[in-house]
Write a protein that binds this ligand. Structure first.
Ligand code: SAM
Length: 427
């Protein structure tokens, strides 16, 4: 955990130019992927393919939204749009003679009928694609095979030829659980239409389950460590969980601080009933089924948790949520946010450095997770389940305008995909 006197969080802004790996690191990655010395090499291989998977989806969406390139060329402002940022940071477009264009190496795929076949997970026979495009196609089909295997374990791989057994084991032992779910989700960016929302192909509880998957795979231990440090002087911290989902964090806080009073608020009735049932015999835990904005309470808390929930609110409402959450705090209390933000590569690098974690391997996995985040941000902006992605610059502005500041932060997973951020009221 790093405090704001060691790193001035408020001084970082979203990056505008893409971050790339150096040629020597890239060579190292390719060697590891080729030799596959262990499980982590497969993960690295997965991430590299995942980026190409996202690139195919990006080219498909671009082919249906050519106007986005015109917008990009007409005003600088539109580079802030999350689709534009996704195209730029995944290296699908580049400036040629001061005009944004699809990168030459991807130009045939961007308009080709190949995309129609790829959408159905069929390998096109065409030979007119570039070497880079051929790689995109192979990697896209590789990830589609893994997603299929995740949902239908009996179905044999259609495209994966090499190391089939290992890939099968990785899927079946849930070692790529979160990543494959994310691949499944982000596939639907194919339907992106500028100016319109995509109808979510999943029910609301799907996203609550993704939160549960993130919790079990990544955030659990790091959260326990973080809140234990923050609550070191409190015997029975009172904790409020906004959008508590299936109550994973409530359960963990109860386990960490036995006897603490806990309140969870959940808007989704089915999720609420399942969570209420889970804690039905515990008098210290109350789970309330309401919209956070409708909640009226005189209780005050040491911590208000806000884990993967801000994107359910519009940009304007995100500020109101932060303000309301702050009003529920006891004096000296903190909002604890768990959230991902795209475009804060340098903040994360410095955070990792200060936490003495910035090994070469960490740099590499952070590179992949940072790139994937541009697609996740776009998804939060595009699907109708969510109101608006949480954007770092806007988030900082909300904090400033609400009299709040970041007291400390730490990573919420080994890849620094999400961060835990401690927010306090300015004295
Ligand atoms: C992505 S899930 C994360 C759940 C949990 N915080 C976790 O990290 O595992 C977000 C949850 O917030 C709930 N939610 C969304 N808007 C809400 C609102 N206005 N009031 C209360 N809960 C809300 C959703 O129904 C969903 O279960």
């Amino acid at each position: 955990m790093i405090r704001n006197n060691e790193l001035n969080f408020l001084s970082f802004n979203e990056s505008s130019s893409p971050v790339e790996l150096s040629a020597s690191i890239r060579f190292l990655v390719q060697t590891i992927r080729f030799l596959k010395p262990g499980k982590m090499a497969y993960k690295l291989d997965f991430y590299e393919r995942f980026l190409n998977y996202l690139r195919v989806i990006g080219l498909a969406s671009l082919s249906q939204n050519q106007s986005v390139l015109d917008d990009l060329n007409s005003e600088d402002e539109s580079t802030n749009h999350s689709f534009a940022r996704f195209l730029i940071h995944l290296g699908l477009v580049e400036k040629q003679d001061s005009q944004w264009k699809v990168k030459a190496e991807y130009s045939s795929l961007a308009k080709d009928q190949l995309l129609v076949l790829l959408k159905k997970s069929e390998k096109p026979a065409s030979t007119k694609v570039s070497e880079a495009e051929r790689q995109l196609v192979d990697d896209f089909l590789h990830i589609r095979d893994l997603v299929k295997k995740y949902r239908q374990p009996e179905t044999p791989f259609k495209h994966i030829r090499k190391h089939r057994k290992t890939w099968e084991r990785l899927v079946q032992s849930n070692q790529l659980d979160y990543e494959i779910r994310l691949s499944e989700t982000l596939f639907h960016l194919w339907k992106f239409q500028a100016g319109n929302k995509i109808r979510s192909p999943f029910d609301e509880a799907y996203y609550t389950e993704s939160g549960r998957s993130a919790f079990h795979n990544f955030t659990r231990h790091l959260f326990q460590k973080y809140i234990s440090q923050l609550a070191a002087n409190l015997q029975h911290p009172k904790v409020f969980d906004l959008g508590c989902g299936y109550g994973n964090y409530v359960e963990l806080v109860r386990e960490t601080f036995p006897g603490s009073q806990l309140t969870g608020v959940e808007i989704n009735p089915e999720v609420y009933h399942a969570t209420r049932e889970k804690f039905s015999t515990d008098a210290n835990v109350e789970i309330i089924n309401t919209d956070f904005f409708e909640l009226n309470t005189l209780k005050r808390y040491n911590f208000v948790l806000m884990n993967y929930v801000l994107f359910y609110f519009s940009q304007e409402d995100q500020k109101a949520v932060l303000k309301k959450a702050a009003s529920l705090l006891k004096k000296g209390g903190s909002i604890l946010l768990c959230q991902y933000f795209s475009g804060i590569e340098s903040l994360k690098e410095q955070l990792a450095e200060k936490q003495k974690e910035l090994t070469l391997f960490k740099k590499i996995v952070m590179y992949y997770s940072d790139k994937i985040l541009y697609a996740n941000t776009l998804w939060n902006d595009s699907v109708d389940t969510f109101a608006s992605a949480v954007k770092w610059d806007h988030f900082l502005q909300n904090l400033r305008e609400s009299g709040l500041y970041i007291e400390s932060a730490t990573n919420a997973d080994p890849y620094y995909y999400s961060l835990f951020v401690e927010i306090k009221v300015k004295p």
